[in-house]
Ligand binder design. Structure first.
Ligand code: ATP
Length: 931
């Protein structure tokens, strides 16, 4: 390669150096060969967690290390079977922990892959989307507003292109980009190399094509990648709080275990045995698996969500989803199908109806009285169709269209009149354009016709009419009068009221002699110089297109309503279109629309932030808003304590998406920038998917509470039985390896199975959870303590009574072991729901839990009955009578709870009936019926 920097060379020279073609791009074979040679176009990451690291981590827990140390002591003291058993249990526990964490890690990695960046590339002349990691030097890449630049590129073509390169240069304002070479002797900085695009920067405006010059770690970004690498996975607020809580639990457990050891030794037990008992108890009682199970519940939930098309990019969003109180959704494509079909055209003074469905170019034109119209004979109609199709980038494609649906509808409508866009474009070649932007609500193209220049414009009707001073009807072109304007706006409103999206069409012929026309025709005009030409246009007509609501949206809006989540529609469309659609999908009542339910961008502009915060409490529809309004809306809602989910697709939506509590980006139509700013991506762009994600988010949080309740009440039970026995001066109710066995049997599988409880049928029937609510709120802490106490007491009685009537200590311990395990395996079913009984829930709705309990029961029975196990675990076989005793004790807490429910709860109901004095009084909502 020459020593000349690429920015100083002309595109053709760069292509020559990179051995590629400016039109055809690389061949697929060559691209593959280069990929093998230079490697993938990725920045080296800090690296995921390796399986080995996860295994080692299982043994690095302090208490497990102490236990292993104690095992060595047992071994030295000749207690070989004890030592081997403890090691076996520790290993099985570690395997379980490994499986849990490895699964969690793998599903997180899978998520990262789902949101991997893509790039549009031309190879062998065909344009398609590829994984950005497969780009190689020489590839011809297309970029447009909202894209993240996938590699370092030398521009060869640009239209109104600007990029924001803050990550590299620190300059947060977008810089203009053109293909013009920059002289090397000026030694330009990165920010001054206007014909280069750098990996990681963001296209904020326009579009362009460029050749990949560097990939992966050789890019400018790669050179500094080490400096900007993101720190590891984000923890969710719940995970952080649990970590904090874990520290207190460990401290409390250690203190109590210490007391048990000291009291035991004072009661005459051997120091060695009591030490081992203390450590085993600590291992059993400390819920070391909790963080991993929380991660699993989150990660599995996230996988379930991705099956329902919601791809979570940041774990904390899962929790926040359950707290969402408002969902702000774009209309087009999210609430509606984004399947535009032109239904009505107003050309001149004539109203025309168009038949046909979807993007099939078959359909006819009819007049007001349903009489067929021949578009070839109707000049005004033909002109409207021509302008619509020429001022569009969409193309007919087999089975549909390629490109923007709004533009596709125009191209299809023209095709119905026999106007094929490729053919008319040959006569009207495009020489320049101002691409569509949401903020401007219009698009303008410039065409060379017979040596002159034509400007064609399409956009929101009320925007386009403001640029017009002339009007064209059947009689020809003339001045636009106030009456015409009034008539056009009225027709616009009427069509919008029928839920049609209405575009205005306009045109202007600029004589070739005009110096600016000459500049445009000569290709010497910059985008900024084009905008002033958008004036004195001639109004051609209105086009109304339907975009039906998505079928599933009505139900999703209803679900939100039941779940206490407000749905808000945000759209760039006309307020009448927005209102009609909002009524159709149930966001607005059809009969009465209260004041303030619909706000327009113009009204928003007049409001102060305070006023908006107040107005946002009642607004259900925002119409004719631009992306920058969205940020204000999010802030206004947040200011009043709402937890906001906000959707976005365009590059300008990114700030609002980032600011929202749950930023939601569109997977299909969304730009890289918005996806990057979001915490969740909708793979199908569908509003119903957000609602599904909210349900899943609530279910995941419920499940976390379920196994926290289970694990902690069991651990409280385990520690209490040992503590109470020590205080009461009794012998150890369980020997160390029995404690470890209890831990293994009850903590691992059943807790994990609770983490995958299916969502309860009523998840969407309750109000959102307050975001600051403690995980122990709604009396969970009380439930845990009471049930823990009951488990502890039941086990103690199970041990003490037989001992008192003269049973051998091994037998009493076996009974205690069986009681403790059974209590927990029964309790796990209570934990399946905080609100519903097992009968209502259905016993078999979580088959994994049944499997887990079956395995645990088998392990318990094996420990008690297998001849090889009895001497190791110091157990004796239990009789039928013994089991009766065990079942009475372990079922006791449930019987107690049921009786209490009958007496106290029903008693309460009677009182409520009396207060209601025979009137029907709704029962106080008790979501804690037990404990
Ligand atoms: P949403 O409802 O999701 O906000 P939207 O399509 O209504 O999306 P924008 O894309 O910002 O919002 O469009 C705003 C307005 O610009 C539309 O109502 C329409 O009048 C006009 N418009 C949309 N697409 C085009 C286009 N390709 N060319 C010209 N004008 C367009």
């Amino acid at each position: 390669m020459s020593d000349e920097p690429l920015y100083s060379l002309e595109p053709a020279a760069v292509a020559g150096l990179l051995r590629t073609d400016l039109e055809r791009g690389l061949s697929a074979r060559e691209a593959e060969r280069r990929l093998d040679e230079v490697g993938p176009n990725t920045l080296k990451e800090a690296g995921g967690v390796s399986p080995l690291a996860i295994i080692l981590e299982q043994f690095s827990d302090f208490m497990v290390l102490v236990l292993l140390g104690a095992t060595v002591v047992s071994f030295l003291l000749g207690e070989i079977s004890d030592a081997v058993t403890i090691i076996a249990i520790v290993i099985i526990n570690a395997v379980l922990g490994f499986v849990q964490e490895y699964r969690a890690e793998r599903s997180l990695a899978a998520l990262r892959e789902l949101t991997a960046p893509t790039a549009r590339v031309v190879r062998d002349r065909a344009e398609f989307e590829v994984d950005a990691a497969t780009l190689v030097p020489g590839d011809l890449v297309m970029v447009e507003a909202g894209d993240q630049v996938p590699a370092d590129l030398r521009l060869i073509e640009a239209s109104s292109l600007a990029a924001e390169e803050a990550a590299l240069t620190g300059e947060s304002h977008p810089v203009r980009k053109t293909p013009r070479a920059v002289a090397a002797d000026q030694r330009p900085t990165l920010g001054e190399q206007g014909c280069m695009l750098f990996m990681g920067s963001v296209i904020t405006r326009g579009r362009g094509r460029g050749l990949v010059v560097k990939t992966g770690m050789s890019t400018e970004m790669g050179l500094i990648a080490g400096m900007i690498q993101e720190s590891g996975e984000e923890e969710t607020p719940l995970q952080r709080r649990l970590e904090q809580l874990g520290k207190y639990i460990v401290a409390a457990c250690l203190v109590i275990c210490g007391v048990v050891v000291v009291v035991g030794v004072r009661n005459g037990e051997s120091i060695y045995r009591m030490f081992l008992a203390g450590v085993s108890l600590a291992v059993a009682a400390i819920p070391e698996g909790l963080p991993a199970i929380v991660t699993i519940a989150l990660a599995l939930g996230v996988q379930r969500m991705s099956k329902r098309q919601a791809i979570v990019r940041r774990l904390p969003a899962v929790e926040t989803l359950g707290c969402a109180t408002v969902v702000c959704s774009d209309k087009t494509g999210t609430l509606t199908e984004n399947q535009m079909t032109v239904r009505r055209i107003i050309a001149g003074h004539r109203s025309v109806y168009v038949s046909g469905t979807g993007y099939s170019p078959k359909g006819r034109f009819y007049g007001d009285g349903r009489e067929p119209l021949d578009p070839r004979r109707n000049e005004a109609l033909r002109l409207a169709l021509l302008v619509g199709a020429l001022c569009a980038d969409a193309r007919l494609a087999p089975g549909g269209i390629k490109g923007d649906p709004t533009e596709g509808a125009l191209v299809v409508a023209a095709a119905k009149a026999g106007l094929l866009v490729e053919e008319i474009e040959a006569e009207w070649p495009r020489v320049a354009e101002i691409p569509f932007e949401s903020e401007r609500r219009r698009m303008t193209t410039f065409h060379r016709v017979d040596g002159g220049l034509w400007l064609l414009c399409k956009g929101a009707a009320d925007t386009v009419i403001d640029l017009c001073t002339r009007f064209r009807d059947e009689a020809g072109e003339r001045a636009l009068f106030a009456a015409d304007r009034h008539e056009i706006l009225k027709a616009n409103e009427e069509m919008a009221g029928d839920a049609l999206r209405v575009l205005g069409l306009a045109a202007r012929r600029i004589p070739a002699g005009d110096p600016r026309a000459a500049a445009v025709l000569g290709g010497r005009t910059e985008a900024e110089d084009l905008a002033p030409l958008e004036r004195d246009l001639c109004f051609i007509g209105l086009v109304g297109m339907i975009d039906p609501p998505r079928k599933e949206v009505y139900r999703a809006v209803q679900t939100c309503q039941r779940a206490g989540v407000r749905t808000v529609m945000i759209t760039g469309d006309h307020w009448a279109t927005a209102r009609a659609i909002a009524q159709e999908i149930g966001i607005l009542e059809t009969t009465s629309i209260s004041g303030g339910a619909i706000l327009t961008g113009r009204e928003l502009d007049k409001m102060s932030d305070r006023e908006l915060a107040r107005a946002a409490q009642t607004a259900r529809v925002y119409a004719r808003v631009s992306p920058h309004h969205k940020l204000r809306i999010v802030r206004a809602l947040k200011q009043k304590g709402q937890v906001v989910a906000m959707t976005g697709d365009g590059v300008n939506d990114a700030p609002a998406v980032k600011e929202a509590d749950i930023g939601v980006a569109m997977g299909l139509s969304g730009t890289d920038v918005t996806k990057e700013a979001s915490s969740m991506v909708l793979a199908d762009d569908n509003f119903a998917t957000i609602v599904a994600a909210i349900e899943e988010g609530r279910a995941i949080y419920d499940n976390i509470r379920k196994f926290i309740r289970y694990l902690l009440s069991c651990n409280v039970g385990e520690i209490l039985v040992m503590f109470l026995a020590a205080v009461a001066g009794l012998p150890l109710p369980l020997i160390p390896i029995q404690i470890l066995m209890v831990n293994l049997v009850t903590d691992g599988l059943p807790a994990m199975a609770l983490g995958v409880e299916p969502p309860e049928p009523d998840v969407a029937d309750r109000p959102p959870r307050p975001p600051q609510e403690s995980v122990f709120a709604r009396r969970l802490a009380i439930k845990i303590s009471v049930r823990g106490l009951m488990i502890g007491l039941a086990t103690l009685i199970g041990f003490w009574v037989p001992l008192h009537v003269g049973a051998p200590i091994e037998h009493a311990r076996t009974l205690a072991f069986a009681t403790l395990v059974s209590c927990q395996l029964i309790h796990v079913f209570d934990c399946r729901s905080e609100r519903r009984s097992l009968l209502k829930l259905g016993f078999f709705t979580n088959p994994l839990l049944i499997g887990a309990v079956a395995v645990s029961t088998a392990m318990m029975l094996g420990t008690i009955y297998l001849p090889g196990m009895q001497p190791v675990f110091k157990t004796t076989a239990l009789t039928v009578g013994d089991w009766l005793w065990v079942l009475i004790l372990s079922g006791g807490p449930n019987i107690f709870v049921s009786l209490r429910r009958v007496f106290i709860y029903h008693g309460k109901e009677r009182i409520w009936m009396q207060i209601g004095r025979g009137r029907e009084v709704s029962r106080p909502k008790e979501d804690n019926e037990d404990e």
